[in-house]
Design a protein around this ligand. Structure first.
Ligand code: FES
Length: 67
């Protein structure tokens, strides 16, 4: 039984991905990831598609909520 995957939209920051999930590039190659990892949402990471913390430096603001 695999853990249900979850993607959390962090306020003013990255997507936090947890669970049994595989992330691949456009060619289908698998990125090496940990059990939990963050994906850049601000577009400024130097380590895309992963977050490198740059969102804090650039003042990224986004706090979406379920309506
Ligand atoms: S969300 Fe963290 S660097 Fe873009």
């Amino acid at each position: 039984m695999s853990e249900k995957a979850q993607i959390k939209v962090n306020d003013n920051g990255p997507y936090l991905v947890k669970g049994n999930v595989e992330m691949v590039d456009a060619d289908g190659n698998v990125f090496e990831t940990k059990k939990a990892f963050t994906i850049c949402r601000c577009g400024h990471s130097s380590n895309k598609p992963f977050c490198d913390g740059t969102h804090k430096k650039v003042g990224f603001e986004s706090e979406p909520r379920v309506e």
